[in-house]
Design a protein around this ligand. Structure first.
Ligand code: ZN
Length: 141
């Protein structure tokens, strides 16, 4: 598992191996076959993607899903911060397409999981799912 990219995706990184294994198991049990791009999969499920400014002072927000209105919002400025952070963490160098796909895949996980209680494991599962979806994750293949 690529911790540096998880750290870039969650700057408040506070996960241990046990939480990570719980998150991996949760992603595995959602049993989704990933045959489309995250955007196509969202659209297939009746969601549309919009670009919007989501971040507020002191908090960078890459994306957000409105499960009722069926809209996934992506903050492109925040996505550029994500790219910078990932580069700073070493390892992964993301391009804009991959980074946007990570955000869309993360929000797609929330659509699939339909979990309205956003605990740490849910967030970590969404990150694991996004990594698996966008970059490939051998542990989950
Ligand atoms: Zn999330």
């Amino acid at each position: 598992m690529n911790y540096s990219l998880i750290k870039a995706l969650d700057p408040n990184f506070k996960y241990d191996d046990y939480m990570l294994s719980q998150a991996v198991e949760r992603v595995r049990s959602c049993g989704v076959r990933l045959e489309r791009t995250p955007r196509d999969e969202l659209e297939r499920r009746g969601f549309r993607v919009e670009f919007a400014s989501l971040s507020v002072a002191g908090q960078v927000i890459w994306g957000r899903v409105d499960l009722i209105a069926k809209i996934v919002y992506v903050d492109l400025e925040a996505v550029n911060v994500l790219i910078e952070r990932s580069n700073e963490q070493g390892g992964e160098s993301l391009d804009l397409t991959v980074a946007v796909n990570l955000v869309l895949a993360h929000e797609l996980y929330h659509v699939i999981d339909r979990c309205t209680h956003y605990d740490s494991v849910t967030e970590l599962a969404a990150i694991v799912f996004a990594l698996q979806y966008s970059k490939g994750c051998p542990e989950l293949a």
